[in-house]
Design a protein around this ligand. Structure first.
Ligand SMILES: *[C@@H]1O[C@H](CO)[C@@H](O)[C@H](O)[C@H]1NC(C)=O
Ligand SMILES: *[C@@H]1O[C@H](CO)[C@@H](O)[C@H](O)[C@H]1NC(C)=O
Ligand SMILES: *[C@@H]1O[C@H](CO)[C@@H](O)[C@H](O)[C@H]1NC(C)=O
Ligand SMILES: *[C@@H]1O[C@H](CO)[C@@H](O)[C@H](O)[C@H]1NC(C)=O
Ligand SMILES: *[C@@H]1O[C@H](CO)[C@@H](O)[C@H](O)[C@H]1NC(C)=O
Ligand SMILES: *[C@@H]1O[C@H](CO)[C@@H](O)[C@H](O)[C@H]1NC(C)=O
Length: 439
């Protein structure tokens, strides 16, 4: 038993030292500097309102678009779409890589041999986060290229020569935004991107997302414990608020919510929604859900209190016919000069009274038509204790223009909300990408 452990340890050490920098000194350089951190860009898809990233894989390197998924354990990609790469490798069934990935099933394929189709490799389950359909993919390894960053200044590209991922069929892409070929997995698993980058580059297992609110400007994901200088001289990694981060039964990221207030009105939360052990209501963080989903009783309370506060506090605002999937829509909102429209602030108090995640108008409302704003929450129906998802699923719209850090080492979530209120945003990061560094 012990000898297997040491063998794995040595093997992972061998893999972790195989870092090749493409710009400075390739391959034979013996003292490859560790990058300080890594980044990839994020764009917002106009039609699905979900967030997409792009990075290069394969040999020769090819840019591929992925949906950002905080709950996926494997990066997976459609291999039926003309996968050409001289560095594709599918580990044999029962190999160390398969064991390491928790793949206990062997994979066989009856059609012509190609990426995703080999005999005696291993199979891993992959989930389409939009349909929740589960399929099987071939576990594979190939080159992945990612941009380095030091003190928020983008640097050269770094290569992971044997990035572990799953090769899926094109049928797994149902309902995906156009041209998106797979899922960039940010889940809590050592096969997901944060942990593979951590072990390959010797970085701490910390990452942060800063999702853009419009499709014409890029947001950013940072890997490593680094400064988040979204604006020159303004480091958002300082003064984050922290709350404990726990992992749910499906591997999902959860934070504790103790109470909710809307513009000073305290909401009554049904006790059945709170965990019997901790007393908190769990909120899951999801980038594959466009708008926050609330359990039915919670949704109705928020809808009612928000609507009445909205109409009470601003004279000209009118409630108008709702547009699906929303239930409360407003016209003639009060515009607050230079910041935003006026809306009652929704405060989620977390594990302590003084740790609050506040949702201001750019995150609580969505402009569905010019001058017509809707409350950007949707009804999740009745909550079934112990089944399905958390009573609160914080969606992408509520995460936009917020810095959200997942510290997997200290099991805490760091956040900085409503950047737009202080006239900042996730789209101000200077990418200035260096030109592609092919091999
Ligand atoms: C980052 O930049 C600083 C100052 O420019 C330098 O001293 C340091 O070595 C760099 N770190 C890495 C990992 O390149
Ligand atoms: C896998 O094995 C089966 C049965 O031996 C064979 O028909 C098939 O062509 C093989 N597939 C590949 C991809 O080699
Ligand atoms: C998405 O929105 C941006 C900015 O509003 C626009 O430039 C772009 O053409 C849109 N793309 C599509 C596919 O509609
Ligand atoms: C990350 O950096 C901060 C500040 O430099 C430090 O307090 C913290 O311990 C670091 N975390 C890890 C996991 O290295
Ligand atoms: C909004 O205000 C304008 C002018 O003040 C008015 O003509 C219009 O009817 C109002 N719309 C609604 C939906 O109340
Ligand atoms: C909250 O209060 C605790 C003491 O109870 C303090 O240590 C902590 O810094 C406070 N946090 C914030 C975000 O103000």
């Amino acid at each position: 038993m012990a000898s297997i452990f040491y063998f794995l340890l040595i093997l992972s050490f061998i893999f972790s030292t195989q870092i090749i920098f493409t710009k400075s000194k390739p391959l034979h350089h013996s003292h490859v500097p560790k990058p300080e951190a890594l980044i990839f860009p994020v764009v917002k898809d106009n039609s699905s309102h979900l967030h997409i990233t792009e990075f290069k894989k394969r040999t020769p390197l090819k840019p591929i678009s992925f949906l950002i998924d905080l709950n996926a354990r494997f990066l997976w990609v459609n291999c039926q779409g003309n996968y050409l790469s001289s560095s594709y490798n599918a580990p044999h069934c029962h190999s160390i890589q398969c064991m390491d990935a928790g793949a206990r099933q062997c994979h066989n394929c009856l059609s012509k041999q190609k990426p995703g189709c080999h005999n005696n490799t291993c199979a891993v389950p992959i989930t389409n986060p939009l349909t929740r359909r589960i399929a099987v993919g071939e576990l594979a390894q190939d080159v992945l290229s990612i941009q380095t960053v030091n003190q928020s200044i983008p640097g050269t590209s770094a290569i992971v020569p044997r990035f572990l991922f799953a090769c899926a069929l094109s049928s797994s892409l149902q309902r995906f935004p156009k041209n998106v070929q797979g899922v960039a997995a940010l889940g809590h698993a050592h096969t997901a991107l944060p942990m593979q980058f951590a072990s390959n580059f010797g970085l701490p297992p910390i990452f942060a997302i800063c999702l853009p609110s419009s499709s014409d400007k890029k947001g950013v994901v940072f890997f490593g414990n680094t400064s988040y200088a979204l604006h020159p001289g303004l480091d958002f990694s300082r003064n984050l608020y922290y709350t404990p981060l726990t992992i749910g039964s499906q591997g999902e990221y959860l934070i504790p919510v103790s109470s909710i207030t809307i513009h000073r009105r305290h909401l009554v939360i049904h006790p059945k929604l709170a965990s019997k052990t901790t007393g908190f209501v769990s909120a899951m963080i999801s980038t594959t859900t466009a708008y926050t989903i609330l359990e039915n009783s919670l949704f109705r309370t928020i809808h009612e209190v928000f609507t009445s506060e909205m109409l009470r506090a601003s004279r000209h605002t009118r409630q108008v016919k709702a547009i699906e999937p929303f239930t409360a829509c407003f016209a003639n909102l009060t515009i607050v000069p230079k910041t935003d429209v006026w809306a009652p602030i929704i405060h989620f108090t977390l594990h302590k009274k003084n740790v609050t995640w506040s949702i201001l108008s750019s995150n609580s409302l969505v402009e569905v038509e010019k001058g017509l704003h809707c409350l950007a929450f949707v009804d999740g129906g009745k909550y079934k204790d112990g089944h399905g998802q958390a009573p609160i699923v914080i969606g992408a719209h509520q995460l936009e223009d917020n810095v959200v850090q997942f510290d997997l080492e200290q099991s805490r979530l760091g956040f900085r909300y409503a950047l737009r209120f202080s006239r900042h945003s996730c789209s101000a990061f200077e990418f200035n990408p260096s030109p592609p560094q092919g091999q």
